[in-house]
Structures are given as structure tokens and as C-alpha cells.
Design a protein around this ligand. Sequence first.
Ligand SMILES: Nc1ncnc2c1ncn2[C@@H]1O[C@H](COP(=O)(O)OP(=O)(O)OP(=O)(O)O)[C@@H](O)[C@H]1O
Ligand SMILES: [Mg+2]
Length: 268
Amino acid sequence: MIEVELKAVWKKLGGRNVLRGMNLRVPRGQTTCIIGGSGTGKSVSLKHMVGLMQPDRGEVLIDGVDIGRFSERQLTPIRRKLGVLFQSGALINWINVFDNVALPLVELSKIKKKDIEQRVMDKLNMLGLGHASQLMPSEISGGMKKRVALARAIIWDPELILYDEPTSGLDPVIAATINRMIVDMHEKLGVTQVVVTHDMESAYTVGHTICMLYQGRVLQVGTPDEIRATENPYVRQFIEGNAEGPITGQGGGDLSKFYSDEGDDNGV
Ligand SMILES: Nc1ncnc2c1ncn2[C@@H]1O[C@H](COP(=O)(O)OP(=O)(O)OP(=O)(O)O)[C@@H](O)[C@H]1O
Ligand SMILES: [Mg+2]
């Protein structure tokens, strides 16, 4: 299984430093949750881990190799080991559910048609979508779309799975099923996983480690118990969902004493 690490990663987007010296280690075979407010750079950090974005500075290490400057060609063999559930789901609207899930297999490999069929139907059945294989994306609900995207993300039996908001917009029962699946991926297959979520129940259920991102840096990393017991006022406010507290829409103020890592404040 794969190990991932972001080391002092800086990324400017739209004229603003979105990642500001982000350090995050995702240990092999474990599930790491990233929590944090909207716009703090959670999705951007996932995009760095799959080589969709390149850091301005810092390193993106996959099994110790810096992929931060890799070309598309160099990334291909690595991407075969990764499964990504993007926040938007990103299904292709003019092909049906089956073909959407089969896409990575058809595009990247020379697997026999019969084997593709078997694999796609296995994943669809696992996610309770066996009956929907011939439907078009426009004919299924939002929660089903999310599960189709999830089936596609795991079609390769990846060594590393990145989930961006896997349970948002799902009913509580389906959300619990997805959480169970994430736990199973760890228990049965030992996959390394990163789960971006706003859903604290989900983070406590699936995460071995939870890290709270705030303004492009990791504010605190801990086990679910450590995060539950946190005395960091920013983390407390977030996990309790309080309107009152130090977190403001604009950010600002001197946060340095609240960050648990040394970070890298050059160039703020
Ligand atoms: N390609 C881009 N060009 C310009 N700005 C971008 C780009 N991608 C992201 N951003 C900005 O970077 C910031 C962080 O975005 P990101 O998508 O990582 O947020 P997030 O933490 O995932 O939030 P949410 O919880 O709402 O999904 C936002 O202010 C966003 O507008
Ligand atoms: Mg996001």
C-alpha cells in the first residue's frame, strides 16, 4: 500500500495563497480524515496528492518520491494505484452508469470485456446500484450519482483512495453504508485512505487520524479521541459547529500559537 506526504506545500490560486506551508502525513494502510471550513484548501490538497495540481513550493511525496513536478506520462503508473472520488462526482452525462464506472478500465487497460463486466457489476452491486447500470446520469438521484462515482473510484482496487465529501448530500442510512465501506476497505484490504469531510460523525467513525485544516495549514492532528477532547478554540468551534468563536469568515489575526506544526511562514 501507498504512503503520501505533503511537505511544506505552498500553492497560490486566484492571486491568493491557498496552501500555506501545509504539512500532512498519510500513513500506509490507515485512514486519515481532513476536516475544516469551506475554502480552507481541502480539495486543493487532494488535487496535489493525485498530481492534478503542482505545488509552487514544497514536496508531494508518494512512497517517498516527489511527484510535484511529474509529467502526465510519469503520473500514469501512479494514477493506476489511486482511486479518487471528486467532490463534484464528475460523471459523464452522455454515457450510462455502467459505462461511467467502466471508463477507467476501458481507457487504461487491456482487460477482456467479460472481466470488465464482472468487475463493474461487482462494484455496482456492492454499492446497491446493480439495478441502475443501464440508466443515464440524468435519470438517477444525487445520492446515486455519488455512489456511481464511488464505484468508479474503486474500480481498480486501488492502493490509495481519496474521497472528497463522500457522505455529503446522502440520506443517513446510505451515509452509514458508505462509512462502513470505508472502514471495510481498511479492515479487509488495508487500503490507505484520505477522507475529506464536514461530517464529524463520519470522521470519528472512519478516521484513525483527523487533521483540521485552517487557512491552508494543518491546525491540529490527532486521533478521534484527541480531537474530541481538543482545547484548541478553533478546532472546538469547528467540531461543535458553533456560530460563535474565533473562526471568522475573513480569517485574520495571529494564529501562530494555535498551529501544532512549525509550518513555514515564508512568503505569507
Ligand atoms: N483552480 C482554481 N483557481 C482559483 N482559485 C481556486 C482554484 N481552486 C481552488 N481555488 C480557491 O482555493 C480555495 C480553496 O479551495 P478548496 O476547493 O480547496 O476548498 P475546500 O476546503 O475544499 O472547501 P469546500 O469545503 O467548500 O469544498 C478557495 O478559495 C477556492 O476559491
Ligand atoms: Mg472541497
